[in-house]
Design a binder for this molecule. Structure first.
Ligand SMILES: *Cc1c(COP(=O)(O)O)cnc(C)c1O
Length: 401
């Protein structure tokens, strides 16, 4: 029925190799089917695309610049270009997906939007888009996160969203996600669930990647204009659930001459219990409706992850990345809290750009891996660091910087 072109290495059931799929309770089956049909129908629709493109340009501020970081390049003796997602409205890449998803919700006649959020970045992006489109917005957030991410909670409230503090489990992202899924089960007909990363049951990982693919679509034009090369040698991105990396990799996945580098959060180290590196430390399992790499104990119980960066503090990873890792198409690194903090200070002092702590993990690849003087290395700067100032200052005092 659909003229939909996948682009990603995914089949009609949502499998990337042996990862992905849709492991959902029966009650959500119709919801997910309807979503899949709507997404495949609208994603390539000219009017839908025109509306998406118009908001990307005039509301988000796209295309985001590809910036040649000269002093950083000199420091690392290679050619570093930063894809400036930090300059987007609301300060990160998450708005790209929130807008695409909300436009789809409107096409499906849904008036009530729900979302889960950890640090609050996805919650803020969703609340922003709901204000823009006049939709009801309910954001589920762990009670622990509500307490430690106060500015984002206030932002969501000002934007008109209802923030529900979830008090079950560890009171963090995983519990907020469970609660959002429960809400969706109870309100299947009028509610659209906007997931903030390339996770969840099919078609979410593919859908979120498609909305984020605007990042690499722009790079395809920008790299030849700026570097004199047709394609970058490397594209580097941090991985929480994997949406900014999926967007940055998207149009390069079938171009083997472009090396893809994903950076997980190692926390205190991949050989400690305090880590969020689900590909380095996890095993195959099912989380939030998808078969992927999950941090789990011998009984298959999910292990609480740890990272200094709230946006990477997730015990799973999107199935696309588990697949790219398993086939060797992407190289997966893990950066510790310390490596990310050092990389963040380096960018700040050499280029005058304060990155999000998440993005700082991608920058840490420059310390972990050696690049050649002739390489063109594009680092996806997924967000800005305003939200992380308190953490940065704490580190500053501790290390005397
Ligand atoms: C949420 C977030 C991430 C992690 O999410 P992905 O889906 O892996 O991209 C990374 N960077 C920033 C700035 C974020 O807000």
């Amino acid at each position: 029925m659909s003229k939909f072109q996948h682009f990603l290495p995914v089949d009609d059931e949502g499998y990337y190799g042996r990862f992905g799929g849709a492991y959902i309770p029966e009650i959500l089956h119709a919801n997910v089917e309807n979503l899949k049909e709507a997404f495949y129908h609208w994603a390539d629709d000219e009017e839908f695309k025109a509306e998406f493109d118009d908001l990307m340009r005039n509301y988000v501020g796209r295309p985001s610049p590809l910036y040649h970081a000269r002093r950083l390049s000199e420091y690392y003796n290679t050619n570093i270009y930063l894809k400036r997602e930090d300059l987007n409205h609301t300060g990160a890449h998450k708005i790209n997906n929130a807008i695409g998803s909300a436009l789809l919700a409107r096409r499906m006649g849904k008036k009530r939007i729900i979302a889960e959020t950890g640090a609050g970045q996805h919650g803020v992006a969703t609340a922003t888009v709901c204000a823009l489109m006049g939709m009801e917005c309910i954001v589920y957030m762990g009670a622990t996160d509500v307490a430690r991410q106060r500015p984002n909670v206030e932002r969501m409230k000002m934007l008109g969203a209802k923030v529900v503090a979830v008090t079950s489990g560890n009171k963090t992202l995983k519990d907020a996600t469970h609660e959002a899924i429960r809400d969706w089960c109870c309100n299947p007909s009028d509610t659209f669930y906007i997931i903030g990363s390339t996770v969840g049951p099919h078609p979410y990982p593919e859908m979120v990647a498609r909305f984020q693919s605007v990042i690499s679509e722009e790079m395809l034009r920008q790299v030849p204009q700026l570097t004199g090369k047709e394609l970058p040698d490397y594209v580097v991105a941090c991985i929480g659930g994997g949406s900014n990396a999926a967007g940055a990799f998207y149009h390069f996945i079938d171009r083997p001459e472009v090396q893809l580098v994903a950076v997980e959060a190692a926390g205190l180290g991949v050989d400690t219990a305090e880590t969020a590196a689900s590909m380095a430390c996890g095993a195959e399992g099912i989380i939030h409706g998808s078969r992927t790499m999950v941090m789990q104990d011998a009984d298959g119980q999910i292990i609480e992850p740890y990272s200094i960066s709230a946006g990477l503090d997730y015990p799973g990873v999107g199935p696309l990345h588990a697949y790219l890792h398993s086939t060797g198409r992407a190289e997966v690194l893990a950066a510790t809290d310390r490596q990310a903090l050092d990389a963040a200070y380096r960018l700040t002092r050499l280029e005058g750009i304060i990155p999000a702590l998440e993005s700082a993990h991608a920058l840490a690849a420059l310390d972990i891996k050696k690049f050649a003087p002739s390489d063109v290395v594009v680092v996806n700067l997924s967000g800005r660091g305003d939200k992380d100032l308190e953490t940065y200052l704490k580190y500053n005092e501790a290390s005397g910087k």
